[in-house]
Design a protein around this ligand. Structure first.
Ligand SMILES: NC(=O)c1ccc[n+]([C@@H]2O[C@H](COP(=O)([O-])OP(=O)(O)OC[C@H]3O[C@@H](n4cnc5c(N)ncnc54)[C@H](OP(=O)(O)O)[C@@H]3O)[C@@H](O)[C@H]2O)c1
Length: 261
Protein backbone atom coordinates (compact mmCIF):
# COMPACT_ATOMS: atom_id res chain seq x y z
CA UNK A 1 0.00 0.00 0.00
CA UNK A 2 1.22 3.49 -0.82
CA UNK A 3 2.16 5.59 2.23
CA UNK A 4 -0.04 8.60 2.85
CA UNK A 5 1.56 11.69 4.32
CA UNK A 6 -0.60 12.83 7.22
CA UNK A 7 -0.53 16.12 9.13
CA UNK A 8 -2.38 16.14 12.46
CA UNK A 9 -3.54 19.16 14.46
CA UNK A 10 -5.32 18.88 17.82
CA UNK A 11 -7.35 21.78 19.19
CA UNK A 12 -8.22 22.69 15.59
CA UNK A 13 -11.74 23.94 16.33
CA UNK A 14 -10.55 27.35 17.54
CA UNK A 15 -7.69 29.69 18.36
CA UNK A 16 -4.11 28.79 17.54
CA UNK A 17 -4.88 25.19 16.60
CA UNK A 18 -7.36 26.44 14.04
CA UNK A 19 -4.73 28.79 12.60
CA UNK A 20 -2.19 25.99 12.42
CA UNK A 21 -4.70 23.80 10.59
CA UNK A 22 -5.77 26.59 8.26
CA UNK A 23 -2.20 27.42 7.24
CA UNK A 24 -0.59 23.96 7.39
CA UNK A 25 -0.60 23.43 3.62
CA UNK A 26 1.46 26.63 3.14
CA UNK A 27 4.32 25.23 5.21
CA UNK A 28 4.28 21.43 5.07
CA UNK A 29 3.65 18.96 2.23
CA UNK A 30 1.05 16.31 3.04
CA UNK A 31 -1.74 14.26 1.47
CA UNK A 32 -4.29 14.56 4.29
CA UNK A 33 -4.86 16.87 7.20
CA UNK A 34 -6.46 15.31 10.28
CA UNK A 35 -8.06 17.84 12.59
CA UNK A 36 -9.07 16.92 16.12
CA UNK A 37 -11.27 18.58 18.77
CA UNK A 38 -14.64 17.91 20.46
CA UNK A 39 -16.79 20.33 18.43
CA UNK A 40 -17.41 18.47 15.19
CA UNK A 41 -19.46 21.32 13.66
CA UNK A 42 -16.47 23.65 13.98
CA UNK A 43 -14.15 21.07 12.45
CA UNK A 44 -16.54 20.54 9.53
CA UNK A 45 -16.77 24.28 8.96
CA UNK A 46 -12.99 24.59 8.93
CA UNK A 47 -12.71 21.70 6.49
CA UNK A 48 -15.24 23.38 4.18
CA UNK A 49 -13.06 26.52 4.16
CA UNK A 50 -10.20 24.50 2.62
CA UNK A 51 -11.62 22.81 -0.50
CA UNK A 52 -8.16 22.18 -1.97
CA UNK A 53 -7.01 20.22 1.11
CA UNK A 54 -8.15 16.69 1.94
CA UNK A 55 -9.30 17.02 5.53
CA UNK A 56 -10.41 14.33 7.94
CA UNK A 57 -12.38 15.63 10.93
CA UNK A 58 -11.95 13.55 14.07
CA UNK A 59 -14.15 14.46 17.00
CA UNK A 60 -12.50 13.31 20.23
CA UNK A 61 -12.62 14.31 23.86
CA UNK A 62 -8.93 14.14 24.58
CA UNK A 63 -9.45 14.29 28.35
CA UNK A 64 -10.63 10.72 27.97
CA UNK A 65 -7.29 8.94 28.36
CA UNK A 66 -8.20 6.13 25.97
CA UNK A 67 -9.33 8.47 23.19
CA UNK A 68 -5.95 8.86 21.51
CA UNK A 69 -5.58 5.11 21.05
CA UNK A 70 -8.53 5.23 18.63
CA UNK A 71 -6.10 6.85 16.17
CA UNK A 72 -3.98 3.69 15.84
CA UNK A 73 -6.36 1.80 13.54
CA UNK A 74 -6.97 4.96 11.50
CA UNK A 75 -3.23 5.46 11.02
CA UNK A 76 -2.73 1.79 10.11
CA UNK A 77 -5.66 1.78 7.67
CA UNK A 78 -4.31 4.91 5.99
CA UNK A 79 -0.80 3.46 5.69
CA UNK A 80 0.20 6.69 7.37
CA UNK A 81 3.48 8.50 7.48
CA UNK A 82 2.92 11.30 10.00
CA UNK A 83 4.85 14.33 8.73
CA UNK A 84 3.43 16.88 11.18
CA UNK A 85 1.89 16.78 14.63
CA UNK A 86 0.66 19.99 16.24
CA UNK A 87 -0.61 19.59 19.80
CA UNK A 88 -2.68 22.73 20.40
CA UNK A 89 -5.56 21.40 22.54
CA UNK A 90 -5.38 22.79 26.06
CA UNK A 91 -7.09 24.94 28.65
CA UNK A 92 -6.47 26.78 31.92
CA UNK A 93 -8.42 28.36 34.78
CA UNK A 94 -7.91 31.83 36.25
CA UNK A 95 -8.65 30.78 39.81
CA UNK A 96 -7.03 29.73 43.06
CA UNK A 97 -6.29 26.02 43.24
CA UNK A 98 -8.85 25.76 46.05
CA UNK A 99 -11.57 27.18 43.77
CA UNK A 100 -10.92 24.92 40.78
CA UNK A 101 -13.09 21.78 41.09
CA UNK A 102 -10.88 18.72 41.25
CA UNK A 103 -12.64 17.22 38.24
CA UNK A 104 -11.69 20.30 36.20
CA UNK A 105 -8.12 20.12 37.46
CA UNK A 106 -7.96 16.43 36.50
CA UNK A 107 -9.23 17.30 33.02
CA UNK A 108 -6.59 20.01 32.65
CA UNK A 109 -3.82 17.59 33.54
CA UNK A 110 -5.29 14.90 31.26
CA UNK A 111 -5.58 17.24 28.28
CA UNK A 112 -2.56 19.53 28.62
CA UNK A 113 -0.11 16.78 29.59
CA UNK A 114 -1.60 13.31 29.17
CA UNK A 115 -3.19 13.73 25.75
CA UNK A 116 -0.20 15.65 24.41
CA UNK A 117 2.14 12.90 25.52
CA UNK A 118 -0.20 10.18 24.18
CA UNK A 119 -0.35 11.96 20.82
CA UNK A 120 3.45 11.94 20.67
CA UNK A 121 3.64 8.26 21.64
CA UNK A 122 0.97 7.38 19.09
CA UNK A 123 2.44 9.34 16.19
CA UNK A 124 6.18 8.79 16.67
CA UNK A 125 6.19 5.23 15.29
CA UNK A 126 4.65 6.66 12.09
CA UNK A 127 7.23 9.43 11.74
CA UNK A 128 10.38 9.44 9.63
CA UNK A 129 13.31 11.79 9.07
CA UNK A 130 12.03 15.31 8.36
CA UNK A 131 8.85 14.94 10.47
CA UNK A 132 7.91 17.84 12.75
CA UNK A 133 6.21 18.07 16.13
CA UNK A 134 4.98 21.33 17.62
CA UNK A 135 3.62 21.33 21.16
CA UNK A 136 1.97 24.47 22.52
CA UNK A 137 3.34 25.26 25.96
CA UNK A 138 3.20 28.86 27.25
CA UNK A 139 5.43 31.57 28.68
CA UNK A 140 3.83 30.39 31.94
CA UNK A 141 5.96 27.26 31.54
CA UNK A 142 9.07 29.13 32.71
CA UNK A 143 7.81 30.10 36.18
CA UNK A 144 5.23 29.29 38.85
CA UNK A 145 2.13 31.45 38.25
CA UNK A 146 -0.19 31.75 41.28
CA UNK A 147 -3.93 31.70 40.47
CA UNK A 148 -3.24 29.81 37.25
CA UNK A 149 -1.01 27.54 39.26
CA UNK A 150 -1.99 24.18 37.86
CA UNK A 151 -2.10 25.43 34.29
CA UNK A 152 1.43 26.85 34.55
CA UNK A 153 2.61 23.54 36.03
CA UNK A 154 1.11 21.59 33.12
CA UNK A 155 2.87 23.90 30.69
CA UNK A 156 6.19 23.43 32.53
CA UNK A 157 5.70 19.73 31.79
CA UNK A 158 5.01 20.45 28.10
CA UNK A 159 8.12 22.60 27.80
CA UNK A 160 10.40 20.14 29.56
CA UNK A 161 8.95 17.11 27.76
CA UNK A 162 9.26 18.82 24.37
CA UNK A 163 12.83 19.98 24.90
CA UNK A 164 13.94 16.54 26.09
CA UNK A 165 12.25 14.95 23.10
CA UNK A 166 13.86 17.51 20.76
CA UNK A 167 17.28 16.28 21.91
CA UNK A 168 16.35 12.61 21.78
CA UNK A 169 14.93 12.80 18.27
CA UNK A 170 17.68 14.90 16.71
CA UNK A 171 19.66 11.89 15.48
CA UNK A 172 16.49 10.60 13.79
CA UNK A 173 16.01 13.94 12.01
CA UNK A 174 12.68 14.66 13.71
CA UNK A 175 12.26 18.08 15.30
CA UNK A 176 10.15 19.06 18.30
CA UNK A 177 9.28 22.69 18.95
CA UNK A 178 7.66 24.03 22.14
CA UNK A 179 5.67 27.11 21.18
CA UNK A 180 5.44 29.40 24.21
CA UNK A 181 2.85 32.10 23.56
CA UNK A 182 2.19 35.13 25.72
CA UNK A 183 -1.46 36.23 26.11
CA UNK A 184 -3.07 35.56 22.75
CA UNK A 185 -6.58 36.57 21.64
CA UNK A 186 -8.50 33.25 21.50
CA UNK A 187 -11.36 31.47 23.25
CA UNK A 188 -8.85 30.48 25.91
CA UNK A 189 -10.12 33.42 27.97
CA UNK A 190 -13.78 32.33 27.77
CA UNK A 191 -12.80 28.89 29.04
CA UNK A 192 -10.34 30.16 31.70
CA UNK A 193 -12.80 32.63 33.20
CA UNK A 194 -15.77 31.63 35.29
CA UNK A 195 -19.09 33.32 35.90
CA UNK A 196 -19.03 33.02 39.68
CA UNK A 197 -16.76 36.04 40.21
CA UNK A 198 -13.87 33.87 41.41
CA UNK A 199 -11.48 34.92 38.64
CA UNK A 200 -8.25 36.21 40.12
CA UNK A 201 -6.44 36.90 36.87
CA UNK A 202 -7.98 40.00 35.36
CA UNK A 203 -5.13 42.12 34.02
CA UNK A 204 -3.49 41.34 30.68
CA UNK A 205 -0.60 43.67 29.92
CA UNK A 206 -0.36 42.64 26.25
CA UNK A 207 -2.50 40.64 23.88
CA UNK A 208 -1.09 39.08 20.71
CA UNK A 209 -3.03 37.89 17.68
CA UNK A 210 -3.13 34.13 17.08
CA UNK A 211 -2.14 34.40 13.41
CA UNK A 212 1.09 36.23 14.37
CA UNK A 213 2.02 33.73 17.05
CA UNK A 214 1.29 30.84 14.70
CA UNK A 215 3.35 32.40 11.89
CA UNK A 216 6.32 32.59 14.26
CA UNK A 217 5.60 29.00 15.32
CA UNK A 218 5.84 27.83 11.70
CA UNK A 219 9.07 29.74 11.19
CA UNK A 220 10.70 28.24 14.25
CA UNK A 221 9.34 24.77 13.49
CA UNK A 222 10.86 24.86 10.01
CA UNK A 223 14.16 25.99 11.53
CA UNK A 224 14.03 23.05 13.94
CA UNK A 225 14.10 25.34 16.99
CA UNK A 226 13.34 23.70 20.33
CA UNK A 227 11.57 26.77 21.76
CA UNK A 228 9.53 29.48 20.03
CA UNK A 229 8.32 32.72 21.60
CA UNK A 230 6.69 35.64 19.88
CA UNK A 231 6.75 39.30 20.94
CA UNK A 232 9.10 41.59 22.79
CA UNK A 233 7.23 41.32 26.10
CA UNK A 234 7.22 37.54 25.92
CA UNK A 235 10.96 37.41 25.27
CA UNK A 236 11.72 39.97 27.98
CA UNK A 237 9.66 38.02 30.49
CA UNK A 238 11.35 34.72 29.68
CA UNK A 239 14.73 36.39 30.17
CA UNK A 240 13.76 38.10 33.45
CA UNK A 241 12.34 34.87 34.84
CA UNK A 242 15.74 33.25 34.27
CA UNK A 243 17.53 36.06 36.11
CA UNK A 244 15.26 36.86 39.06
CA UNK A 245 14.21 34.65 41.99
CA UNK A 246 10.82 33.02 41.45
CA UNK A 247 9.47 34.47 44.71
CA UNK A 248 10.08 37.97 43.36
CA UNK A 249 8.55 37.06 39.98
CA UNK A 250 5.43 35.76 41.75
CA UNK A 251 5.24 38.93 43.86
CA UNK A 252 5.39 41.11 40.76
CA UNK A 253 2.74 39.00 39.05
CA UNK A 254 0.37 39.16 42.05
CA UNK A 255 0.96 42.91 42.22
CA UNK A 256 -0.05 43.25 38.56
CA UNK A 257 -3.21 41.27 39.28
CA UNK A 258 -3.89 43.37 42.43
CA UNK A 259 -3.76 40.27 44.61
CA UNK A 260 -2.26 40.94 48.05
CA UNK A 261 -0.42 38.60 50.41
N1 LIG B 1 -4.53 32.13 24.41
C1 LIG B 1 -3.50 32.32 25.23
O1 LIG B 1 -3.30 33.41 25.81
C2 LIG B 1 -2.51 31.19 25.41
C3 LIG B 1 -1.25 31.53 25.92
C4 LIG B 1 -0.31 30.52 26.09
C5 LIG B 1 -0.62 29.21 25.73
N2 LIG B 1 -1.86 28.91 25.23
C6 LIG B 1 -2.13 27.51 24.85
O2 LIG B 1 -2.38 27.49 23.46
C7 LIG B 1 -3.13 26.29 23.15
C8 LIG B 1 -4.28 26.68 22.23
O3 LIG B 1 -5.19 27.43 22.99
P1 LIG B 1 -5.97 28.67 22.38
O4 LIG B 1 -5.45 29.88 23.02
O5 LIG B 1 -5.99 28.59 20.93
O6 LIG B 1 -7.41 28.41 23.03
P2 LIG B 1 -8.79 27.96 22.42
O7 LIG B 1 -9.20 28.86 21.33
O8 LIG B 1 -9.70 27.80 23.60
O9 LIG B 1 -8.50 26.51 21.78
C9 LIG B 1 -8.40 25.36 22.56
C10 LIG B 1 -8.63 24.15 21.68
O10 LIG B 1 -8.52 22.98 22.51
C11 LIG B 1 -9.59 22.12 22.21
N3 LIG B 1 -9.98 21.33 23.35
C12 LIG B 1 -10.33 21.79 24.59
N4 LIG B 1 -10.70 20.76 25.37
C13 LIG B 1 -10.60 19.64 24.59
C14 LIG B 1 -10.86 18.27 24.83
N5 LIG B 1 -11.32 17.84 26.00
N6 LIG B 1 -10.66 17.38 23.82
C15 LIG B 1 -10.23 17.81 22.62
N7 LIG B 1 -9.94 19.10 22.34
C16 LIG B 1 -10.14 20.00 23.32
C17 LIG B 1 -10.74 23.07 21.85
O11 LIG B 1 -11.69 22.39 21.04
P3 LIG B 1 -13.12 21.86 21.53
O12 LIG B 1 -13.62 22.79 22.60
O13 LIG B 1 -13.94 21.88 20.27
O14 LIG B 1 -12.86 20.47 22.02
C18 LIG B 1 -10.01 24.12 21.04
O15 LIG B 1 -9.90 23.71 19.70
C19 LIG B 1 -3.54 25.70 24.47
O16 LIG B 1 -2.68 24.64 24.80
C20 LIG B 1 -3.33 26.84 25.46
O17 LIG B 1 -3.07 26.37 26.75
C21 LIG B 1 -2.80 29.88 25.07
Amino acid sequence: MEMKKIAIVTGASSGMGQWFARTASEYVEFDELWIIARRSDRLARLASEMPSVTVRCISLDLTDRGSVSSLHPLLDEAGAEVVLLVNAAGFGKFQAVADVPQETADGMLALNCGALMDMCYTCLPYMHRGARVLNIASVAAFQPVPYITEYAATKAFVLSFSRGLWKELRPAGITVTALCPYWTRTEFFDVAGCSSGKDRVTYFNAMYEPEDVVRRGWRDLLRGRDVSTFGFIARAQVLLVKLLPHRLIMKIWCGQQKIGG
